[in-house]
Design a protein around this ligand. Structure first.
Ligand SMILES: [Zn+2]
Ligand SMILES: [Zn+2]
Ligand SMILES: [Zn+2]
Length: 229
């Protein structure tokens, strides 16, 4: 369990606010050394606090710049950067810890902010709320053009989710959904094409009102029609 860096009291899962001393703990970037580089020349604005974000360099595989609010410790990532950061910091996960993922949100603090749409730090348009991944419990705020906002504590939570195989579970779900979609499509095609997937000499006489698979009745019915033409 993480502890408050100020008073050493235990911090609840995924929470950066200490309930005892009220200190805000930088749990997201714990273990990651970073350098504050500069304030962006085209300043970006924290959607929570309204102050300018600072650009920091995480120095992962060279330069890796993200924006951070020094007050609420929220983070803003350009498109694709969050995924790249998670890949770079959490690797070698080959198993899905299903019970771990079941429990990942049990002891989590309720969201520190009320549910609402917040503005993109770059263009000020309201961002979309998107579930980051199955069972992550993290809803990120995303501007399609500019990137993704994470409130303080959410990056740490996503890292935990990755370690438990959350991303693998997400890929598994997407694969399942893709297969089901393919199955539905091929059934649809079969229905449109006629009674069965096997081409049959009777297909050209198919009665479009009958949707079921061919049975003995169909075959006799079609044979009769064949001979009575
Ligand atoms: Zn404290
Ligand atoms: Zn802020
Ligand atoms: Zn934007």
């Amino acid at each position: 369990m993480a502890r408050c860096s100020n008073c050493n009291a235990p911090l609840p899962d995924g929470s950066l606010l200490c309930a005892y001393c009220g200190d805000r703990n930088d749990i997201d970037l714990k273990g990651i050394h970073y350098y504050t580089t500069h304030e962006n020349n085209a300043p970006r604005t924290c959607p929570r606090c309204g102050i300018h974000l600072k650009t920091i360099d995480l120095k992962l595989r060279g330069r890796f710049l993200i924006d951070r609010c020094g007050q609420c410790l929220g983070l803003f990532f350009d498109p694709g950067e969050l995924e790249a950061l998670l890949e770079a910091t959490v690797s070698n996960v080959f198993l899905i810890d299903r019970s771990g993922l079941d429990g990942i949100n049990l002891h989590r603090q309720p969201d520190q902010y009320p549910v609402s749409y917040i503005k993109c730090p770059v263009c000020s348009q309201l961002m979309n709320r998107v579930n980051f991944g199955v069972r992550s419990g993290v809803i990120v705020d995303r501007c399609k053009a500019h990137g993704v906002w994470l409130d303080g504590g959410e990056l740490r939570h996503l890292m935990e989710w990755m370690k438990l195989g959350g991303k693998l579970l997400d890929q598994e779900r997407q694969e399942q959904a893709r297969k089901e979609e393919q199955k539905r499509e091929s059934e649809q095609r079969r229905k449109l094409a006629g009674y069965s997937s096997e081409p049959s000499p009777f297909d050209s006489f198919g009665d479009p009102l009958r949707q079921s698979d061919p049975d003995l009745f169909d075959i006799i019915y079609k044979a009769i029609r064949l001979f009575t033409r």
